[in-house]
Ligand binder design. Structure first.
Ligand code: ADP
Ligand code: MG
Length: 484
């Protein structure tokens, strides 16, 4: 396999979450919850004589995405008709953009497994309208035009992606940026964000790209990775058997975990693009671009850099907590309350993420877990100040906080869980444990150092886990030292 390289370019469709559709005042509704065909108007239905008007909010959102993807925003953009017939497109053409897209020549940085990063170039991003949605049932097809005309930004990468892992990293980063910008929820199950992977392979002796196939119907980033790996193996096998890869549109069959061929492309699609005569050419002034740029929030890469430079986090940890905006905000609240950033990131990424994983809570839902950022900060302050020890915090207080939503101090007070650092109290417990475990003491004195941890554990147990570990250790060593 090593003499074959993978080449991938991604086409991403992201609905812009605006109140109304791209070219009319018709409202945009939830694709799953709304009654089919409850949000349609003359334009969505392609009725003759209905004229489009550009939704400026959608254009601004699109330009914002373009800027966030480091694109140039050309001073002029223009809509074009993409002509084809399909039942989900009653006009017989889709209003899209062709040679004058909204944004060009950008890039997205992705993190690689070896800790490095790589830029995936973004060729263009253009605005278009979404189509209706077809549902194929037993003896026919149903069509819902609620989605017809929803603003849709298509983001096209250069074929710079060299593995399924890189494709997944690119998709995750793009999704993260869209969520940071607040222009798209990233909910792939609702189809508001859709990925299509163009895949080919290159032999190490090749100087040009080979024929590619295009995989559609990918309903999660993970499945996209699986589909790409499957398709790469399929293509290599075809070439090894002396065959040739035919251009095709493929689908991913999740149940069977395999690629299915939807259709072979005999020749390039012919859409007979021409400028949309019902819409004006749109000038994008430099002032407008500057105004939109000024409104851009801090994006994940920038936040990550700040967390590394200003808070001293590792690049890995900073990446973990900036991938999702809600997590980054949760973390910032904790740090703002005076908790040490490294303590905060450790507890967040191990203990809290662990609890969330166990309960199948998505990272983006961190805002609504029973442990609020302020309460979590309260817990970590108690740990930081030595009011409770880490093990009590982890095993007793945090689970109780999740269960009851109460703040840490209340739980500590009610349960009498405060850490005991008073050496005289600890000495009393130590004496009791040492007297009851003479055999272990003898083994220690005979040179078996490992017994120390067992004795430490017994003293902590005697103190119901509340001893200050540092003091317990010191007291224990002192006492054993005296016996030598
Ligand atoms: P079209 O205009 O027919 O859709 P493009 O050349 O614009 O084709 O490419 C569409 C997508 O396919 C882009 O994301 C591009 O990076 C990718 N792509 C183009 N050629 C290849 C190839 N040989 N292998 C993998 N991806 C490719
Ligand atoms: Mg294409």
């Amino acid at each position: 396999m090593r003499e074959w390289k993978t080449v991938i370019g991604l086409e991403v469709h992201a609905e812009m979450e605006t109140e109304s559709k791209m070219f009319s005042a018709c409202p945009v509704v939830d694709s799953v919850e709304a009654e089919p065909n409850s949000a349609v108007d003359a334009l969505s239905l392609g009725l003759p004589g209905a004229l489009p008007v550009i939704n400026m909010q959608a254009m601004e959102n699109g330009i914002m995405v373009g800027l966030a993807l480091n694109c140039e925003i050309p001073p002029i953009n223009q809509f074009a008709r993409k002509n084809y017939f399909y039942p989900d497109l009653p006009k017989g053409y889709q209003i899209s953009q062709y040679d004058r897209p909204l944004a060009v020549n950008g890039y997205v940085s992705i993190e690689l497994d070896d800790g490095g990063s790589k830029r995936i170039r973004v060729r263009r991003a253009h605005m278009e309208e979404d189509t209706g949605k077809l549902s194929h049932i037993m003896d026919g097809s149903l069509v819902d035009y609620n989605r017809a005309g929803v603003p849709l930004l298509e983001i096209v990468s250069e074929p710079d992606i060299s593995s399924a892992e890189e494709a997944e990293a690119y998709a995750r980063k793009l999704r993260s940026i869209l969520r940071y910008l607040g222009v798209n929820s990233g909910d792939m199950s609702k189809g508001v964000l859709r990925f299509e992977a163009n895949v080919s392979v290159m032999h190490e002796s090749d100087t040009q790209l080979r024929e590619r196939t295009e995989i559609k119907n990918l309903n999660s980033i993970r499945n996209m990775g699986k589909a790409i790996n499957y398709e790469v193996r399929r293509q290599i096998n075809i070439y090894r058997d002396g065959g040739s890869v035919k251009p095709a549109t493929l689908g991913w069959d999740e149940a069977a975990q395999k690629i299915t061929v939807q259709r072979y492309k005999e020749r390039a699609d012919e859409y007979r693009y021409f400028p949309e005569p019902d819409l004006p050419i749109m000038e994008v002034s430099r002032e407008m671009v500057a105004q939109i740029a000024a409104k851009l929030p801090a994006l994940p890469d920038e936040l990550k850099r700040r967390f590394v430079d200003e808070l001293g986090l590792s690049s890995y940890d900073a990446g973990l907590i900036t991938a999702e905006k809600a997590v980054a905000e949760y973390f910032q609240r904790i740090v703002a309350s005076g908790v040490d950033p490294k303590l905060a990131v450790n507890w967040l990424t191990t203990d809290l993420f662990g609890m969330m994983n166990a309960r199948e809570v998505e990272r983006e839902a961190i805002e609504s877990i029973p442990v609020s950022a302020d309460n979590f900060a309260g817990l970590l302050s108690l740990v930081q100040e030595g009011k409770i020890n880490a093990s009590t915090a982890r095993k007793k207080v945090l689970p109780e906080m999740w269960k009851t939503g109460k703040d840490a101090r209340a739980i500590v007070d009610e349960g009498g869980l405060a850490q005991i650092s008073d050496a005289s109290v600890i000495e009393a417990s130590a004496d009791k444990v040492l007297a009851a475990n003479v055999d272990m003491v003898e083994r220690y004195l005979g040179g078996n150092e490992k017994v120390l941890n067992a004795l430490f554990g017994k003293i902590m147990g005697e103190m119901r886990g509340k001893g200050d570990p540092a003091v317990v250790r010191r007291v224990l060593l002192d006492k054993l030292g005296d016996m030598k």
